[in-house]
Ligand binder design. Structure first.
Ligand code: SOE
Length: 388
């Protein structure tokens, strides 16, 4: 089995999560191809050098074009801010490199389609980073839906709640600037919910939404990393407009006939990373909450009347996806494992000469729903996905 040599663009929050995944695969999935951490790229030389040393990369550069030009690099991992995705992906495809790109795939649906077309024309492998699919409890939900054990699906109800920008003095980081992030809670958090809905229940046909930006002006940042930042203050204080949504809610109809409701917000006090969904079918229901990501609550209508109720299934048994690679049953796993499993899917796909799932098709599908919701808000009407 051939080693897979990686060049990675971006080294902050997602860069750390991906680096950890590359380092962990050989230890926990030794039968897979080995990811070789060839080089990383970032704009700030001292920052990228320090990250290369800390995360264990063989080298670093401040110019992503250098990574793409290298013959000894097989695939490019793009986890820089969203406005950088398209240019790097197009150049990588042109050079025949396989591509892994963080979500949301692009700033617009048109850009996402261009990225997919370029990857397909080049015949390269493409993957998009919807990591929550890879939680074993989510895979169990998928299995229960797909095998028909929940019966006909009536409802998909999902909410992704965070609270890290409630303070009006929290600075205007890149995630709050439309030209860099594309959108706010909608593209950052809603994108995950949309992808989970596609994965678990299938395509949507129409949507209608509402959104708001509660804090419209914020201090400019003086420094930021991950989700933490400090703002300019005192005599240096400067502010700028928030150009993305703080919260977006929408309703959807699925092609299967199921009804969906979605809520993404960064203003839900006390909720740090509540990525949750519930699916209700004619034979039962499931409930997932990422903050308790090892568990899936399951209810079956067929249970005896005297023991009916939701049961808590701990998805750590050998019966559950990826569980055997980790610890004895009941010994739980965490956020970082979703990225490790995602990497295993990418490596398997490369090995088997197929596209991984989720790939740029899924990225485009998600982007179409994101944009349909935006259009429905602007035009105050139901928007069909077919018209996008
Ligand atoms: C920040 O809102 C963030 O880290 C998102 O960017 C991720 O995609 C999500 O998984 C958790 O929250």
């Amino acid at each position: 089995m051939k080693d897979v040599r990686i060049g990675m663009v971006g080294y902050k929050f997602m860069g750390k999560a991906h680096s950890n995944a590359y380092r962990s695969v050989p230890m926990f999935f030794p039968d897979r191809a080995k990811p070789v951490m060839a080089a990383i790229c970032g704009r700030d030389e001292s920052g990228v050098k320090q990250a290369a040393e800390q995360f264990g990369w063989d080298g670093y550069t401040t110019d992503w074009r250098e990574l793409i030009a290298r013959d000894d690099i097989d695939f490019i991992d793009i986890n820089a801010p969203s406005d950088a995705h398209k240019e790097i992906a197009l150049a990588a495809a042109k050079a025949g490199k396989h591509i892994f790109c963080e979500k949301p795939l692009a700033l617009t649906l048109a850009d996402a389609r261009e990225m997919l077309a370029a990857a397909e024309a080049a015949g390269v492998t493409h993957m998009v980073g919807f990591n929550y699919r890879f939680a074993p409890a989510v895979q169990l939900a998928k299995k229960l839906v797909e095998s028909g054990r929940l019966g006909r699906i009536f409802h998909f109800r999902a909410w992704f709640l965070q609270d890290w920008i409630i303070d009006p003095s929290f600075p205007l980081v890149w995630r709050l600037q439309k030209e860099v992030a594309g959108s706010g809670s909608h593209g950052d958090l809603g994108a995950h919910l949309i992808d989970l809905a596609h994965y678990l229940v299938g395509d949507m046909t129409e949507v209608i939404g509402m959104a708001d930006t509660f804090i419209k002006e914020r201090p400019l940042p003086s420094s930021m990393t991950g989700l933490s930042a400090t703002g300019t203050s005192g005599k240096d204080a400067q502010t700028g407009p928030v150009t993305v949504d703080d919260a977006t809610l929408f309703m959807a109809r699925f092609a299967s006939g199921a009804l969906g409701s979605f809520e993404a917000t960064r203003f839900a006090a006390g909720h740090r990373c509540t990525n949750s969904f519930e699916i209700n079918g004619s034979l039962g229901s499931v409930k997932f909450d990422f903050e308790r990501m090892n568990e899936l609550e399951v209810y079956f209508t067929g249970d005896e009347a005297d023991v009916q109720g939701f049961r808590r299934v701990l998805a750590t048994d050998p019966a559950h996806a990826y569980a055997e690679a980790w610890w004895p049953a009941g010994h739980t796993i965490g956020y970082e494992h979703t990225f490790i499993h995602e990497t295993v899917e990418l490596l398997d796909a490369l090995q088997e000469g197929r596209q991984p799932v989720p790939n740029f098709h899924d990225g485009v599908k998600c982007q179409a729903v994101l944009e349909a919701v935006d259009r429905s808000i602007e035009e105050r009407r139901w928007v069909t996905i077919a018209e996008m």
